[in-house]
Design a protein around this ligand. Structure first.
Ligand SMILES: [Zn+2]
Length: 472
C-alpha cells in the first residue's frame, strides 16, 4: 500500500491509497457489504463512485469455507474495486469470542485476496476496568503482530468507537502515535459527524448505517436522521427522492422501501464526503465543522476538546487564499490564530526603548498599516508602538499587520464590539506576555469595554492607562 497526500487542512488529508485492485482517494466512506445477504447491489455502489467496500472475512469463512479461497472475495461479493475485510472483532465484541485464531484469520484474508486485511482484534467496548482494557489492547497488539508476520504487509491501525468525547480523545492519541499512516475508524457513518472525524485525521471510516437505518425507515440528512413517517418533504435531489413522494415511498413493500432508503442514505454519505473534501481544498474545514457543531450539541461538546490538540496545526497550511471567518469564542483556538499569537509572542518592538503602547481596535480596513487611522496615530504618537487587537488573534503589531491571518479575516462587527474578556483567555495571556516582554510603561487605549476588561484581568504590574477618545 502507498499513501500520497495532496491537500491538508487541520489533521484532514486528501490522499491517494494504491492497492492491488486499484486506487482510492481519502478521506473515504466505506460501505459495509454483507457477504451473504447484501441488500444494496454492489454494482450500484460502483456506479455511485464507491471505489472501496468492506466486508466481513469471518462471516465469509463460516458461510463459504474453502470455496471462498477458490473464488476470491471480489467474486463472492461481485465487486471489482478495492475490498477491505474485517476479521471478526465485531463478533468478539458481541459474543465474547470466535472459533478461529489470529493466524487462521490472517491466512484466510490473504487467501481470499483481500486488499486491506484487519487483524483479529479484541475490542474493549465501553465500561471496562482500566486493567482489563489494557489486557485486551495488549492481546490485539499481539494479534496484529502475528497477522503482520502472516501477511507481511503494512496495515491500518484499528480504533473502534462511536463519536463522542472518548472517541475524539482516542483518535487524538492515535494521531500523535502514528501521524503519517492512514487511520481507519470503525463504525462511523453519519453526515453530522463525518466532518469532525475527518478534521481529527481519520482517513477511512466504514459503516453499515446506510442499510441498518433503512431497515428502521430512518432517513439520513446533512444534520441528522429522521423517521420517514415524520417527513413532509425530501430535503434531497437524489434519484430516489426525485422518483417518489414521501407517501409513495412509505407505501412500498418493506423490502423495496429498505433498498430505496438505503440508496438515498448512500447518496447522502457520498455527498457529505465530497463536501468535506472541497472544504479541505478551500481551507475551510474549521468553519464547516463549526457549522455542524451548531446542528447538534453533542458535536459541539466534542469540539471543546479540539482546543488543546496541537496536531491540528501540522496539516493546516501556513497561508490560505481565503479569509478566515470567525464568530464564536472557540475560533480563538483555531490553528491559524494559535500560530499568529505564537509569532507575536516573539515580536519585540523595533525600538526597544519605546515605553508607550497604543492599542487600537480592529478596523474593517486590512492591512491596518494602509489606513488613515494609522497615519493620524503615528503623527500624534511618533514614539509609540502601535498595535491593533482582535479577540480572536490577540495583539497585532502594525509592523506585521499584513501577515496571514491578520489581514485575512472577517469577524461580524457585533462580535468585535460586544466580546467579553472572560471568553478570550488567550487574548488576556497574549497581552500579558506582550507587556512583559516589551516593558511598556504606558498603554493608551480607546474607550472600549473589551480592552478595559482585559487590562483588569492581566496579572503583570498594571501599566499606566490612558484612555483616548475615539476620533481623536
Ligand atoms: Zn435522496
Amino acid at each position: 500500500l502507498s499513501f500520497e497526500v495532496r491537500h491538508s487542512d487541520l489533521a484532514a488529508r486528501i490522499g491517494k491509497i494504491e492497492t492491488m485492485h486499484g486506487a482510492f482517494e481519502t478521506p473515504v466512506f466505506i460501505p459495509v457489504i454483507h457477504p451473504v445477504k447484501q441488500i444494496v447491489d454492489t454494482k450500484f455502489l460502483e456506479k455511485l463512485g464507491f471505489k472501496i467496500v468492506i466486508t466481513n472475512a469471518y462471516t465469509t469463512l463460516k458461510y463459504y469455507g474453502t470455496e471462498a479461497c477458490e473464488r476470491g472475495i471480489h467474486d463472492i461479493i461481485n465487486y471489482n474495486g478495492v475490498v477491505m475485510t474485517d476479521s471478526g472483532g465485531y463478533q468478539v465484541l458481541r459474543y465474547g469470542s470466535v472459533e478461529v485464531n489470529p493466524q487462521t484469520m490472517a491466512a484466510f484474508q490473504k487467501d481470499i485476496s483481500s486488499d486491506i486485511a484487519v487483524p483479529l482484534d479484541k475490542p474493549t467496548g465501553y465500561g471496562l476496568s482500566y486493567e482489563l482494557a489494557k489486557e485486551y489492547v495488549q492481546q490485539t497488539l499481539n494479534n496484529a503482530r502475528e497477522t503482520l508476520d502472516t501477511i507481511n504487509e503494512a496495515r491500518e491501525e484499528k480504533i473502534e468507537s462511536q463519536v463522542d468525547d472518548n472517541c475524539v480523545d482516542t483518535i487524538a492519541a492515535t494521531k500523535r502515535a502514528i501521524p503519517t499512516k492512514p487511520i481507519h475508524l470503525f463504525g462511523a457513518g453519519h453526515p453530522l459527524t463525518i466532518p469532525l472525524i475527518v478534521a481529527l485525521g481519520c482517513d477511512m471510516f466504514d459503516s453499515a448505517s446506510y442499510v441498518l437505518y433503512a431497515k428502521e425507515d430512518r432517513y439520513l440528512h446533512a444534520n441528522g436522521t429522521s423517521k420517514l413517517q415524520d417527513l413532509s418533504y425530501f430535503p434531497c435531489q437524489c434519484p430516489t427522492c426525485l422518483s417518489y413522494t414521501v407517501k409513495e415511498l412509505l407505501d412500498l413493500d418493506k423490502e423495496k422501501r429498505t433498498a430505496e432508503v438505503a440508496n438515498h442514505n448512500l447518496y447522502m454519505l457520498q455527498a457529505e464526503v465530497s463536501i468535506v473534501k472541497q472544504t479541505i481544498v478551500d481551507g475551510r474545514l474549521w468553519e464547516y465543522v463549526m457549522q455542524k457543531a451548531h446542528a447538534h450539541p453533542k458535536v459541539m461538546e466534542a469540539l471543546e476538546l479540539l482546543k488543546n490538540f496541537e496536531f491540528l496545526e501540522y496539516g493546516t497550511p501556513l497561508f490560505k487564499g481565503k479569509a478566515l471567518f470567525m464568530f464564536d469564542p472557540l475560533d480563538q483556538y483555531r490553528p491559524e490564530a494559535k500560530r499568529f499569537r505564537r509569532m507575536v509572542s516573539n515580536f519585540r518592538s523595533p525600538k526597544y526603548k519605546r515605553k508607550r503602547l497604543v492599542l487600537y481596535p480592529e478596523l474593517d480596513i486590512h492591512p491596518f498599516y494602509s489606513s488613515t487611522t494609522l497615519v493620524n496615530l503615528t503623527k500624534k504618537f511618533p514614539d509609540a508602538q502601535i498595535c491593533t487587537y482582535s479577540p480572536f488573534l490577540g495583539i497585532i503589531p502594525v509592523e506585521i499587520s499584513d501577515i496571514f491571518p491578520a489581514a485575512h479575516n472577517l469577524i461580524p462587527r457585533k462580535t468585535l464590539t460586544n466580546s467579553q474578556a472572560k471568553d478570550y483567555p488567550t487574548f488576556i495571556e497574549s497581552l500579558n506576555r506582550f507587556l512583559i516582554e516589551n516593558g511598556f510603561e504606558e498603554v493608551m487605549i480607546v474607550e472600549d469595554h473589551f480592552i478595559l476588561e482585559v487590562i483588569e484581568k492581566i496579572s503583570t504590574q498594571k501599566p499606566n492607562l490612558k484612555v483616548l477618545r475615539l476620533q481623536e
